[in-house]
Design a protein around this ligand. Structure first.
Ligand code: PLP
Length: 388
């Protein structure tokens, strides 16, 4: 039998669509003078003491594997951090240090799902959630947070999507791409539905440090939720450490013990050098985080006001570093808008539809970009709107 290369690849993987963000950035690659509001990562370099700690660990010869779950002192530090910042208590044996929040979510899905199990995924959302559910043999069930609710998901919407196959709810607040934050009361209302239907929650709290008006509440801190929450967090966004690939997951012992098997067979452990960097970030990184948050807040205010002034309605995002203005008034689809804006004015943004159906009619603009570039980008976007 003559095999084609296609037949070597699983049907599941063949049918996965590549990330809409990547497709768009291939267009931008090679163009000169482009200002990118596209990438979801801090424009800051990792704070120097954190880099120095990593260098020191190499100099001292810490170059072998760590325990599968991560360095004991780092896990200990993570438990202190989660307790002090988010008011949830875990023991170090309830923590795994992961390869970014990404591997924490992937490991969670592979641990909890049997074939055909459903995971309700609140959209618009980070592009990986649905595919991670699919790759773990589950079925993602998208539920749309709506712009008329400032992209806050309502408990009634979740309840309406629950079937006897539903295993878990996947949420992320502050949200990528909308920046929306749910306050404590709103999370509590969601938690009631979760408890009533005996579901798990995978709570991606990667943007927890980046909130600007209201305090962040962790899903796991709510009454009766610690035992049914897989809390995902990491170093990428708060500590400007995207390239170090370091995250963590906290979960009740019985779940974590099973997750550790998946993590151990698939990944062995997170990078040793990165773990030493993470240790320093948690021990001494607070001042740097506060400085970065202060800077993001100024940029958020500037970019959101600019969009509203030029007639692109934009709600004030409570967290993360994304503005998600509506471009409906232009009559263009989000794909058309983003492609034309890139070609005509050299500004790269992400079309909202790549994050889910209710993202259509919007664009995602990251303001983790210098003020100077943001000013120039806003000038160009305004010129583009006026030319339509
Ligand atoms: N979760 C969300 C909501 C994100 O926006 C991202 C990255 O953009 C990630 C997870 C991935 O984070 P990490 O770099 O820790 O894997």
């Amino acid at each position: 039998m003559k095999a084609t290369s296609k037949s070597y690849v699983s049907k599941t993987v063949r049918e996965l669509k590549p990330s809409g963000i990547r497709r768009f950035f291939d267009l931008a690659a090679g163009m000169e003078g482009v200002i990118s509001l596209g990438v979801g990562e801090p424009d800051f370099v990792t704070p120097w003491p954190v880099r120095e700690a990593a260098i020191r660990s190499i100099e001292e010869g810490y170059t072998s594997y760590t325990p599968n779950a991560g360095l004991p002192e780092l896990r200990e530090e993570i438990t202190k951090y989660v307790k002090n910042r988010y008011h949830v208590e875990y023991s170090p044996s309830e923590v795994i240090v992961t390869v970014g929040a990404s591997s924490a979510i992937d490991t969670a899905m592979r641990t909890i799902l049997d074939p055909g199990d459903e995971v309700i995924v609140v959209e618009p959302c980070f592009v990986s959630y649905g595919p991670m559910v699919t790759l773990a043999g589950g079925v993602p069930v998208p539920v749309q947070a709506l712009k008329e609710n400032d992209f806050k998901i309502l408990p009634s919407q979740i309840e309406a999507a629950i079937t006897d196959k539903t295993k878990a709810l996947m949420i992320c607040f502050p949200n990528n791409p909308t920046g929306t934050l749910l306050n404590k009361q709103e999370l509590e209302a969601l938690a009631e539905v979760i408890k009533k239907h005996d579901l798990l929650v995978i709570s991606d709290e990667i943007y927890a440090e980046l909130t600007y008006d209201e305090e962040f509440t962790s899903m796991a801190s709510l009454p009766g939720m610690r035992e049914r929450t897989i809390l995902v967090n990491g170093f990428s966004k708060a500590f400007a450490m995207t390239g170090w690939r370091l995250g963590f997951v906290c979960a009740p012992k019985e779940i974590l013990k099973e997750m550790l098997k998946v993590h151990q067979y698939a990944l062995m452990c997170a990078s040793t050098t990165s773990q030493y960097a993470g240790l320093e970030a948690l021990r001494n990184g607070r001042e740097d985080v506060d400085k970065m948050v202060k800077s993001y807040r100024l940029r958020r205010n500037f970019i959101v006001n600019s969009f509203n002034e030029m007639g692109l309605t934009c709600h004030m995002p409570g967290g993360a570093f994304y503005a998600f203005p509506s471009i409906e008034s232009t009559g263009l689809s989000s794909q058309e808008f983003a492609e034309r804006l890139l070609k005509e004015e050299g500004v790269a943004v992400v079309p909202g539809d790549v994050f889910g159906e209710s993202g259509e009619g919007h664009i995602r603009c990251s303001y983790a970009t210098s003020m100077e570039e943001l000013r120039e980008a806003m000038k160009r976007i305004k010129r583009f709107i006026n030319s339509l």
